[in-house]
Write a protein that binds this ligand. Structure first.
Ligand code: NAI
Length: 302
């Protein structure tokens, strides 16, 4: 008997015809969930459309005795994905935004479509799906959402200005949605995975492929989507069996007084950037604390 179980729950996983999404779908199904397997069936660069990847994963789940239904719409039509869940199973509890592709190129060569196609599939796609699911999650006072980010978004990466932008924006969505969902038991988190898939085919070796199985990422997604989790607004990294969590770190900073010029910043840039006595603001109220102190000091000095 598993502690984490998804009996009675309906999970929608986008881009679940391949790679990480497929692994997530099989895990959720094994743990009792009814699964909507969404996949538009594109190439790794986002070309074409094909229903067979979604159908194949549904067949695999059914052959294991699980329950699943396929949806081959694009995440950009998010409402249709949620409709599939409602039509097939009458509810939706969990959304894993995972669909996407790459359009890597250095910034000076990036076309408008390289930019917009990537923003559309990763960021706008997650928006469209989350927006369609959100009222249903609110109504039932239960929901779990995982948005899929990337190290490229957290740290930046050459040739991925479009993708890095979309992926970090997804964590912005996570953080704000987590606040809005708090009262309704809707927990929202971001996972930045590292796993061998079509997307990494050209950059990793065969040995790395064996170590970076998508199945090593799915358990974190499963936990974050479970009733047992109370994590929300978090940013996690996972790959090859290693799991970690990130948070913001801010320098203690420097409060300057009087008429402040760029020269004053120059004189104090080391103090401003000194992380030796860093803080870790957890929310906007904590983040504003130094401004409040500086304002108080300014008022007292008048
Ligand atoms: P993958 O290419 O194996 O799977 C992505 C799936 O998304 C494909 O089956 C594709 O058909 C589907 N898809 C593409 N456009 C779609 C659309 N408009 N609507 C619905 N489905 C669509 O890729 P992988 O590696 O499994 O990636 C999954 C997610 O993880 C992506 O968001 C990716 O950016 C992210 N990621 C993956 C990393 C890795 O190491 N594999 C690293 C960091 C992030």
């Amino acid at each position: 008997m598993n502690f984490v179980s998804f009996e009675g729950k309906v999970v929608l996983i986008t881009g679940a015809g391949n790679g990480l999404g497929k692994s997530h779908a099989l895990m959720f199904a094994r743990l009792g969930a009814r699964v909507v397997v969404n996949d538009y069936g594109t190439t790794a660069k986002g070309e074409g459309a094909d229903k067979s990847p979604a159908d194949a994963v549904v067949d695999e789940i059914k052959s294991l005795g699980g329950e699943a239904v396929a949806n081959a719409d694009s995440v950009e039509d998010g409402a249709r994905l949620v409709e599939t869940a409602m039509d097939a199973f009458g509810r939706i509890d969990i959304v894993v935004n995972n669909a996407g592709f790459l359009r890597d190129t250095s910034f000076h060569k990036m076309s408008e479509s390289d930019w917009f196609d990537i923003i559309n599939v990763h960021l706008n796609g997650a928006f469209m799906v989350n927006r369609a699911a959100w009222p249903l999650l609110r109504e039932q006072n239960f929901g779990r959402i995982v948005n899929t980010a990337s190290a490229a978004g957290i740290y930046g990466n050459f040739g991925q200005v479009n993708y890095s932008s979309a992926k970090l924006a997804l964590h912005g969505m996570t953080q704000a949605l987590a606040i809005e969902g708090q009262k309704r038991n809707i927990l929202v988190n971001t996972v930045a995975p590292a796993a061998a898939s079509r997307l990494t085919d050209t950059v990793i070796s065969r040995e790395q492929t064996a170590a970076l199985r998508p199945e090593y990422v799915s358990p974190l997604v499963g936990y974050l989507c479970s009733e047992e989790s109370s994590q929300s607004g978090g940013l996690f990294e996972a790959g090859a069996g290693w799991f970690g969590k990130l948070r913001w770190e801010r320098s203690r900073g420097a409060a300057l007084k009087g008429e402040i010029t760029p020269d004053d910043i120059a004189k104090n840039i080391d103090a401003i950037s000194d992380f030796s006595d860093a803080t870790h603001p957890r929310n906007i109220a904590e983040a504003f604390a130094p401004f409040g102190e500086a304002m108080g000091a300014a008022v007292a000095a008048r």
